[in-house]
Design a protein around this ligand. Structure first.
Ligand code: 4NP
Length: 156
């Protein structure tokens, strides 16, 4: 079976593309490219078609993680039929995603649900905070948890 994950943030240029690239990198390290697919989307339309934000690109470059061919798009109702997991970066993204919800297939999660011991309950938006390093640390830790969960729940 193929398990599919969609990360969602507001602009789809900072947080969710970082998570997409990081998770895809971890999937490749485990040789699971044929079993797990990853995408990302935003709830806003300002940056459609654009590559990830410079801050996200810089962090990914420093870790040797590819973001090739990634371009921002908006979340759409068919995503609920297409993806197994839709993972929102903050509560506002979750509320906006529910507005376009079509179908009940996907499991809707919040990224910080993957890291229950963290005090932060939303992934802070680096477009406003400028702190891409903080987001990378959360994304890296959360993607480890998510990948283990997907393997345990679907691939073992
Ligand atoms: P993201 O960050 O949701 O993590 O991609 C943002 C990017 C752009 C904007 C807001 C947040 N914006 O208002 O253009």
């Amino acid at each position: 079976m193929i398990v599919s994950v969609l990360f969602v943030c507001l602009g789809n240029i900072c947080r969710s593309p970082m998570a997409e690239a990081v998770l895809r990198h971890k999937i490749a390290e485990k040789g699971l490219e044929q079993q797990i697919t990853v995408d990302s989307a935003g709830t806003g339309d300002w940056h459609i078609g654009k590559a990830p934000h410079e801050g996200t690109r810089r962090i990914l470059d420093a870790s040797g993680i590819s973001y090739e061919n990634m371009a921002a798009r908006m979340v759409r109702s068919s995503d609920f039929m297409q993806f197994d997991y839709i993972i929102c970066m903050d509560q506002s993204n979750g509320a906006n995603v529910r507005k376009v919800q079509g179908g009940e297939e996907a499991e809707l999660l919040f990224f910080m649900d993957l890291l229950p011991d963290e005090e932060l309950r939303e992934v802070p938006d680096p477009y406003f905070t400028g702190n891409f390093e903080q987001v990378y640390e959360l994304v890296n830790a959360g993607c480890d948890v998510l990948l283990e969960r997907i393997i345990r729940e679907h691939l073992e």
